[in-house]
Design a protein around this ligand. Structure first.
Ligand code: AMP
Ligand code: ZN
Ligand code: FE
Ligand code: FE
Length: 285
């Protein structure tokens, strides 16, 4: 078993990197990818814990992109990047810009909520996220619930935070093709995360994935914790048709996604080990 999609306190997960690694080891994972949003900041801690636990750590991150889809228009697309080695270069620089923009977005978002009459304390968000850099909308959602402004996390998104809702503030997003090129030049591999989130019918989804494969993507997340068996099977067949590796992972976020465990997901996840080797074969050079 492996898990190629997890979040820690470095972004919007509730558990520190070492605890995510410990959970992977406990679940029997041979390999784990830590994929915090826009950040590689948890990898050092995770690598030390992984070495001690005998788990192979895949250095990754997850980036929110904006895809221009022919006949559909702009869509949000999450992209996982794997095998990010080294500590500098154009990919790292771009991630730094995205983090700076996220921080500015978060400040505007808090201002916007105050205008709407639902104040959320900045210092409280910082404390909850373990630092300014780690704040994401889930932390804001948790603060809204604590303040009685929403029933639960998903209600907070529906009322305020989701795209099109009154406190939605966009942040900078790369084109997926550009991210794939940056990844390739860093010896890393880009993978389409939870592809059904694109909300496309099967035909358009297949054309988009085909184009992404041509743009240098290496995989498509088929064996995803939140997907049903038939959805996973359909995505595996799609990946095969377009020449992408069908990867998989839980999208573990700790208490921000209750019931979802590292490795086993909602209890029915078991990502095959060999998918990681297939993905590693897609590295450039
Ligand atoms: P951010 O990167 O700060 O914009 O936050 C994005 C994160 O918020 C995603 O990775 C999800 O974990 C979470 N999220 C986005 N939309 C929703 C939603 N409608 N309900 C619950 N969580 C959401
Ligand atoms: Zn997240
Ligand atoms: Fe995502
Ligand atoms: Fe994720």
């Amino acid at each position: 078993m492996i898990d190629l999609h997890t979040h820690s306190t470095v972004s919007d997960g509730s558990e520190p990197p070492a605890a995510v690694v410990a959970a992977a080891a406990g679940a029997g994972c041979r390999a784990l990818a830590l994929t915090d949003h826009d950040s590689l900041g948890g990898l050092e801690e995770a690598a030390a814990a992984a070495e001690a636990a005998g788990v192979a750590l895949v250095r990754g991150c997850e980036v929110s992109c904006r895809a221009e889809l022919p006949g559909v228009g702009p869509r949000s697309m999450h992209v996982l990047v794997y095998f990010v080695d080294g500590d500098g270069g154009p990919l790292h620089d771009e991630l730094g810009r995205l983090r700076a923009d996220r921080l500015a977005r978060n400040r505007r978002l808090v201002d916007r909520l105050a205008e709407l009459g639902v104040p959320v304390e900045w210092d409280q968000l910082v404390a909850d996220a373990g630092g300014e850099a780690g704040i994401g909308r889930p932390h804001v959602a948790r603060a809204l619930v604590a303040a009685g402004a929403a029933e639960d996390l998903s209600d907070a998104f529906d009322r305020y935070l989701a795209e099109g809702r009154p406190a939605y503030v966009p942040k900078a997003r790369l084109a997926p093709e550009r991210l794939a090129a940056l990844a390739r030049s860093a010896g890393a591999v880009a993978v389409v995360a939870h592809p059904l989130a694109l909300g496309l019918e099967p035909g358009p989804l297949e054309s988009v994935c085909r184009e992404l494969a041509e743009a240098g993507f290496g995989g498509l997340e088929a064996v995803y914790g939140g997907y049903r068996p038939e959805e996973r099977a359909g995505l595996r067949r799609l990946a095969e048709r377009v020449g992408l590796v069908p990867t998989g992972g839980s999208d573990f976020h700790g208490t921000f996604k209750p019931g979802l465990a590292v490795g086993t997901g909602y209890g029915d996840l078991d990502v095959p080990d060999r998918l990681l080797d297939d993905l590693a074969d897609r590295r450039a050079g």
